[in-house]
Design a protein around this ligand. Structure first.
Ligand code: GN1
Ligand code: MG
Length: 377
């Protein structure tokens, strides 16, 4: 399989190493090392696109090609040599997707240049790394703020339409296709009780208060490559869900992912909570880049967005459990139920801390609006 992909993209050299990357719930990723004629080693990321999740891989690649080209221009314009932009490999005919026939189906693959000296974390307790993750996603949105939005397709419709996702869950509960509903009754009740929150962001999306922006939509800590030497961010990766959306989902998901004290599938729920110091670091990092561009409504909903996106993940994991695990990769039968319980435990902790988090967001905003340059790192 790898040989065919290498031939399609005309990649030079001899394959000398092949590693599977295990993080990520959707696509399959490999890192390959090629030895060139001059005995130099060059690495690439190869990814199999999950067409169950992304049914239109060509549209998806067009988005990524356009957005990375725009980001690269901005990077060069600013003379920024510290950060990198993901580079899509194209074959001599300009194609960025290769497909292989597999039992009558097509498997789609793409290749990116490997980013040297980089490391990514599934979880980090280092406040500098968390600060830089917030900065990376804030910087990403800042650089894309003038991107021609008409040129961007929706790769997954209603991706962060929390209210629609909840209605879907209710429909699937009625169907109870695999007979799991009874085992998730307390979780369903918990989510029902918070129904009034789900349309808070989506009902205003596209208005002056919550404008459509180019958003990443999957702002997990492992979607930023960090510089191994100095801990600065190197590049934002996993651009499959870059779409028009609200900065609120990106910010909220960033906090959910970077500032939780445990992984998303930790089953000891006593360990599941938000680490306030990490929340502060992420917020500072994000606002150090984005503060000047936010609207009042966006700013006022930042705290609430952390709760809403965490509820959305609980809804999605629970929905997939109830449907028989057809979306997220699972390692055991109750994996999705455990993830949903974990996210619910996180919501409970967020609810205790929300007032404080709201006040900190205001404080951080003032700090960066007052002395935006002084505090940048
Ligand atoms: C999926 O594959 P990964 O880990 O980058 C999912 C995100 C979820 C995340 C939860 C396209 O992302 O929305 O937040 O799992 N991506 C898609 O871990 O559904
Ligand atoms: Mg992803």
């Amino acid at each position: 399989m790898i040989e065919e992909i290498l031939a399609f993209f005309n990649i030079e050299g001899q394959l000398c190493n092949y590693e599977v990357v295990n993080s990520g719930n959707i696509n399959r990723t490999f890192i390959i090392t090629m030895k060139t004629k001059s005995q130099e080693e060059k690495k690439y990321f190869i990814q199999k696109v999950n067409t169950n999740v992304f049914p239109e891989p060509y549209k998806l690649m067009k988005n990524i090609e356009n957005v990375t080209a725009f980001l690269e221009k901005q990077r060069q314009r600013e003379g920024d040599n510290k950060h990198r932009v993901l580079t899509v490999i194209k074959n001599p005919a300009g194609q960025s997707l290769c497909f292989l026939e597999n039992n009558g189906e097509r498997d789609y693959y793409r290749v990116y240049e490997y980013i040297e000296n980089s490391v990514s974390y599934d979880c980090s307790t280092d406040s500098q790394i968390v600060f830089n993750t917030g900065r990376a996603f804030g910087n990403f949105q800042k650089l894309l703020r003038n991107y021609p939005m008409g040129n961007l397709s929706e790769t997954i419709e209603n991706f962060h339409a929390t209210d629609k996702r909840f209605r879907q869950l209710l429909d699937d509960i009625k169907l109870d296709l695999v007979g799991r509903v009874m085992t998730a009754a307390p979780e369903i009740v918990f989510l029902l009780k918070r129904e009034n929150l789900y349309s808070q962001i989506t009902s205003e999306l596209g208005t002056e208060g919550i404008p459509l922006r180019v958003t990443h939509n999957d702002t997990k800590v492992n979607n930023v490559l960090m510089n191994k030497d100095d801990g600065d961010f190197l590049a934002v990766i996993d651009l499959d869900t870059v779409m028009p959306g609200s900065m609120l989902f990106d910010y909220g998901d960033g906090v959910r992912s970077t500032s939780a004290n445990s992984k998303e599938d930790e089953v000891d729920l006593s360990k599941v909570s938000i680490n306030i110091d990490l929340f502060k670091s992420y917020t500072d990092g994000y606002l150090s880049e984005m503060a000047p561009y936010l609207t009042k409504t966006e700013l006022s909903l930042m705290g609430e967005s952390i709760r809403i996106i965490t509820l959305e993940l609980a809804i999605r994991f629970l929905n997939d459990y109830i449907n028989g695990d057809t979306y997220f990769k699972v390692n055991y039968a109750n994996h999705n139920l455990d993830r949903a319980r974990n996210q619910i435990a996180l919501v409970i902790d967020i609810e205790h801390k929300l007032e404080y988090m709201n006040s900190y967001i205001q404080e951080s905003y003032q700090k960066y609006m007052g002395h935006p340059r002084k505090l940048e790192q």
